[in-house]
Design a protein around this ligand. Structure first.
Ligand SMILES: [Zn+2]
Length: 316
């Protein structure tokens, strides 16, 4: 008997290498994404655009200091538990909690509308949460929920042990959760923060960008802000201090969720400005082409991000 030992061992070596480094397979799942069907192993499911809302309880360490475990538990239950309910009310597609913070993910139809209204609802809830806390414990530190919102492509799969459902967790590779967390770290409960892409998606919605008619409105609600911890152009974001108005909040929130974008009172204001010379016909045309350019740049950025993400995973 004569065996080709060297060849056999060489081919086994190649086989082992191949088995140990499977190339990740990426399946685009826009429209059919299901967290429960996420694979465990080398395959990833891709969503082209996901909106992440990250929240973080301010001064949570100081809130715990000198308080009984039962009191701390009740603070977390009221606060973090309250935010989870907000996510549920606003139709979040996935929620993850880690102690004093966490995130909600939104994909599919009206993802930006659901995510941003959820952020404003958390901001509104946070005011009453802190007031009740201070009423019970006057020495409690200044607290409230810091909220950041970011968007972009993600790749998802489950990591953990196969056939052990309780030892599996979805992971979300990509920028949205990471960038939204950086915003939440850098902001304050009074200022909901969003990245450049989120602003691109909502800037033409009169219900989200202009205040109600109370207090001499409508007025522009957002201010430009630069978030240094974000390494790319997503850092050129916006912040909003406003929360839902007691009179108009519910009406506006539902209008946004129903996909309405134009308010006649804002249109009238724009028109008046045009008459006053704020916008000559040429300027308006210029602004329109700027808006189109911006929209196509945002689209380019999204697909470039998606390609970079896939390339990075294929390399790792
Ligand atoms: Zn109002």
């Amino acid at each position: 008997m004569n065996i080709k030992l060297d060849d056999a061992l060489a081919s086994l070596k190649d086989r082992t290498k191949e088995k140990l480094t499977p190339a990740p397979k990426v399946l685009v799942k826009d429209g059919s994404f299901d967290v429960d069907k996420l694979p465990i192993g080398a395959e990833w499911h891709r969503l082209t655009d996901v909106v992440a809302v990250v929240f973080d309880l301010k001064s949570s360490t100081n809130l715990e200091k000198g308080r009984k475990p039962a009191s701390v538990a009740s603070i977390y239950d009221a606060g973090v538990g309250g935010v989870v309910r907000v996510f549920n009310t606003h139709g979040a597609d996935f929620v993850d909690i880690q102690g004093d913070g966490g995130f909600g993910l939104f994909w599919g139809d009206r993802r930006y509308e659901r995510a941003v209204t959820a952020g404003i609802t958390i901001r509104t809830f946070s005011i009453d949460f802190e007031a009740q806390l201070k009423a019970k414990w006057p020495d409690a530190p200044t607290t409230g929920f810091k909220v950041g919102i970011a968007s972009g492509p993600v790749l998802a799969k489950k990591v953990g042990l196969e056939r052990h459902l309780n030892l599996q967790e979805p992971v979300w590779a990509g920028h949205p959760v990471n960038y939204a967390a950086k915003l939440a770290q850098q902001t304050e409960p009074e200022l909901l923060a969003i990245t450049a892409s989120v602003w691109d998606a909502i800037e033409n919605n009169d219900y989200l960008t202009f205040s109600c008619t109370c207090n001499g409105g409508p007025k522009l609600l957002w201010e430009s802000a630069t978030f240094d911890k974000i390494p790319d152009e997503e850092r050129y974001g916006q912040t909003i201090e406003n929360h839902w108005c007691k009179v108009h909040g519910e009406e506006y929130c539902n209008a946004i969720l129903d996909g309405e974008t134009k308010r006649s009172v804002v249109e009238a204001q724009r028109h008046a400005r045009t008459l006053l010379g704020y916008g000559s016909p040429q300027l308006i045309t210029l602004r329109k082409s700027r808006d189109q350019l911006r929209a196509s740049l945002a689209e380019e950025r999204r697909s470039a991000n998606a390609e970079a993400l896939v390339a990075r995973l294929l390399r790792s």
